[in-house]
Design a protein around this ligand. Sequence first.
Ligand SMILES: Nc1ncnc2c1ncn2[C@@H]1O[C@H](COP(=O)(O)OP(=O)(O)OP(=O)(O)O)[C@@H](O)[C@H]1O
Length: 256
Amino acid sequence: MAILEVTALNKVYTGKVATQALTDIHLTIDEGEFVGIMGPSGSGKTTLLNMVSTIDRPSSGEVKIGGKNPYTMKKGELAHFRRRQLGFVFQDFNLLDTLTVAENIVLPLTLDRRPLKDMEKQLQQTASRLGIREILNKRVYEISGGQRQRTAIARAIIGAPLLLLADEPTGALDSNSSRIVMESLAEINERDRTTLMLVTHDPLAASYCNRIVFIKDGKLAAEIHRGENRQAFFQKIIDTLSFWGGNTSELSSIRV
Ligand SMILES: Nc1ncnc2c1ncn2[C@@H]1O[C@H](COP(=O)(O)OP(=O)(O)OP(=O)(O)O)[C@@H](O)[C@H]1O
């Protein structure tokens, strides 16, 4: 079953100089897939993510999530749809610093006015999975970057979203924290069959995906699939990036 269907999508940023950021994008992501979006700086990755996450409107074309077009919804319905069906993980975590880890994680359920007992149960389960049970009572400014991102992932998955969207989730993390974050996302994908779309420059992070779509100059340029071996997939990603462009610097010292 298709969770995401992007059809003939175009985005033009109007202004003094118009920029055609995306041209005729067709992309389907099926239930349980873990798809990476890669490409050089300015190629349109964030624009595509913003169209899918309903942050910004396409100039033309269609986006369907779980068979529904969010752009035809009224404001209240759209807010509800985003809260129930989409999960977001950002590079800079987007947590509320003055709240505790627990309060941040249950925020989407609080907004949905779920019963307290259910919230507590889901909180404990989700925190255990992400290895952050011991820090639930700490405030965000008291925890590390890796712990912050795991808190943000817990918040994103606590409502069991149809589609989890991640924008450079390892961009602000050291290599060890990045690995833990990517292993967490892969585990969520494998165990819950949560569908994931990840935008990244990082080939190592991308090697946890099952499929990678490369964008160049706003157009789909290539697509590769992972086999059994993540090491071999990592090499394939490097080779594809060096062919199509992208961040292949500082790779010589990376070990998968
Ligand atoms: N709000 C905006 N107004 C005008 N032009 C924009 C806007 N946002 C992005 N662009 C332009 O659209 C194109 C695609 O940008 P986008 O941010 O989607 O690329 P990206 O692949 O995510 O880049 P990066 O890897 O550097 O984050 C670029 O040419 C960019 O300058």
